[in-house]
Design a protein around this ligand. Structure first.
Ligand code: 6PG
Length: 486
């Protein structure tokens, strides 16, 4: 037994993670896959890794030093439970089972509880960065016990991406905390992608620029405050020409966005927690809307603002094109601040609900490298939480408040133009509504309370005195003190 870490599941993510582990000083990696042919294939393809192959779970367990540590890299769902069941049979108390898949955090909470009963540690770890990140350095979000972190910490630090000298991994919190944070990471990823897509669409339809020309705009933006991996790859995608037709690839890709569920989980969880993640929700719904060709086929006949139906004309006058593009850039930046502010709000609320002690500043730091939403911008979030650890609304931190203040006129112009031209910009506009809602002195929620009290005696509070009240709407309409029913 001389491997200090094992990997179960050798599809691309698993084998890349195993190779990453093997390439770091001090690691010897045991590998196991349900079909041995795959194990043999990985072994043959990467002799330099010095992998210790195992044909059975027993052999796998025997090849690991104690406390045994294994990372499961299989498709999230029933497969994960099956592997856990097998590992529990051959592992001993004190050993550590890590699930590195995109598990839904309530599953992780359930699994952690069940495995803990055997004395074995179970760690749900979010891993971001795709196949490339798994191989060269991902951002890692592990949950689980403090005991497991003692062994696991150095191993995960050895393979994580490094941002400004710091490894992109931190012990997020107990049981499902890691997968919760990875889930929100993905929700923010959805919002970021949708905002970029809306910016592209507005520029293309407003200025008639080609995808290649817009690629240059994104490349330019990537040198400023929007610098991020997603902006960088957007330029690459827009530059790509289809070999078969000679047209921009983006024009031959079917305009129906897929989703594997993490965005929807983020929104569902936010709904139960009562956290308005409207930017993430709009991004998730935008994918759903795109993916109903049968509805879009009939809805294409609906009238738009200028033409008969379908796509409308929208032309920015030639002398205003540069100013319009700058407006879109600022609208994107402001909306992005809102999306991150909402995402961190969800983490804060999740931590309170599930009893996790999550350091929000540390989360922003481990997202600076390796993951899909990596960006310079995350340094500013880290600064904000360093200054005020219990900041209730991230975007009220001075840096972000100033940035939104600077962007706000442009942001409003872009939302107005999109609405007038009939171009959907759900993430831009809902972010702006959130911004105006959260900063409002007074909201029409007062009227909603009045309506609720009218039809259901749901009661209300008064601004001028304590207590709970109800108006006798179907009686003489006097007010009485009432039980608080919310
Ligand atoms: C990551 C990604 C990764 C994956 C998403 C894609 O952080 O590396 O988020 O987890 O690419 O699951 O999600 P959709 O298929 O739902 O877009």
């Amino acid at each position: 037994a001389h491997a200090n870490i094992g990997v179960v599941g050798l599809a691309v993510m698993g084998s890349n993670l195993a190779r990453n582990l093997a390439s770091r000083e001090g690691n010897t990696v045991a590998i196991f896959n349900r079909s041995y042919a795959k194990t043999q294939g990985v072994l043959d393809a990467h002799p330099e890794a010095g992998f210790i192959p195992a044909a059975t779970y027993q052999e796998f367990a025997d090849s690991l030093q104690k406390p045994r540590t294994a990372i499961i890299m299989v498709k999230a769902g029933a497969g994960t439970d099956a592997v856990i069941d097998e590992l529990v049979k051959v592992f001993e108390p004190g050993d550590i089972i890590v699930d590195g898949g995109n598990a839904y955090f309530p599953d992780t909470i359930r699994r952690e509880k069940a495995v803990r009963a055997t004395g074995i540690n179970f760690v749900g770890a979010g891993i971001s960065g795709g196949e490339e990140g798994a191989l060269t350095g991902p951002s890692i979000m592990p949950g689980g016990s403090d005991e497991s972190w003692v062994t696991l910490g150095p191993i995960l630090r050895s393979i994580a991406a490094v941002a400004e000298g710091e490894p992109c991994v931190t012990h997020v919190g107990h049981d499902g905390a890691g997968h919760f944070v990875k889930m929100v990471h993905n929700g923010i990823e959805y919002a970021d992608m949708q905002l970029i897509a809306e910016a592209y669409d507005l520029i293309r339809r407003g200025t008639g620029k080609s995808p290649a020309e817009i690629a240059e705009i994104f490349a330019e933006w990537n040198r400023g405050e929007l610098e991020s991996y997603l902006i960088e790859i957007t330029a690459e995608v827009l530059r790509q020409v289809d070999a078969e037709t000679g047209t921009p690839l983006v024009d031959v890709i079917v305009d129906q966005a897929g989703a594997k569920g993490t965005g929807a989980w983020t929104v569902q969880t936010a709904l139960s927690l009562g956290v308005p993640v409207s930017g993430i929700a709009e991004a998730t719904f935008a994918r759903s809307l795109s993916s109903h060709p049968e509805q879009r086929a009939v809805a294409g006949a609906l009238p738009g603002p200028s033409t008969g139906s379908g796509t409308d004309e929208f032309t920015v006058p030639a002398d205003q094109v540069d100013a319009f593009i700058e407006d879109v850039r600022l609208a994107l930046y402001a909306s992005k601040i809102v999306a991150y502010s909402q995402g961190f709000d969800e983490i804060r609320a999740g931590a309170a609900e599930y009893g996790w002690n999550i350091d929000l500043g540390a989360i922003s730091k481990i997202w600076r490298g390796g993951c899909i939403i990596r960006a310079q911008f995350l340094n500013r979030i880290a600064d904000a939480y360093a200054e005020t650890p219990d900041l209730p609304v991230l975007m009220t931190a001075p840096y972000f408040a100033e940035a939104i203040g600077r962007a706000q006129a442009a942001w409003r112009r872009v939302v107005v133009q999109a609405a007038q031209a009939g171009i959907p910009a759900p993430a831009f506009s809902s972010s702006l509504s959130y911004y105006d809602g959260i900063r409002a002195d007074r909201l029409p929620a007062a009227l909603v309370q009045g309506q609720r009290d009218f039809f259901g005696a749901h009661t209300y509070k008064r601004i001028d005195k304590p207590g709970t009240f109800h108006t006798l709407w179907s009686g003489d309409r006097t007010e009485i003190e009432a039980e608080d029913t919310h």
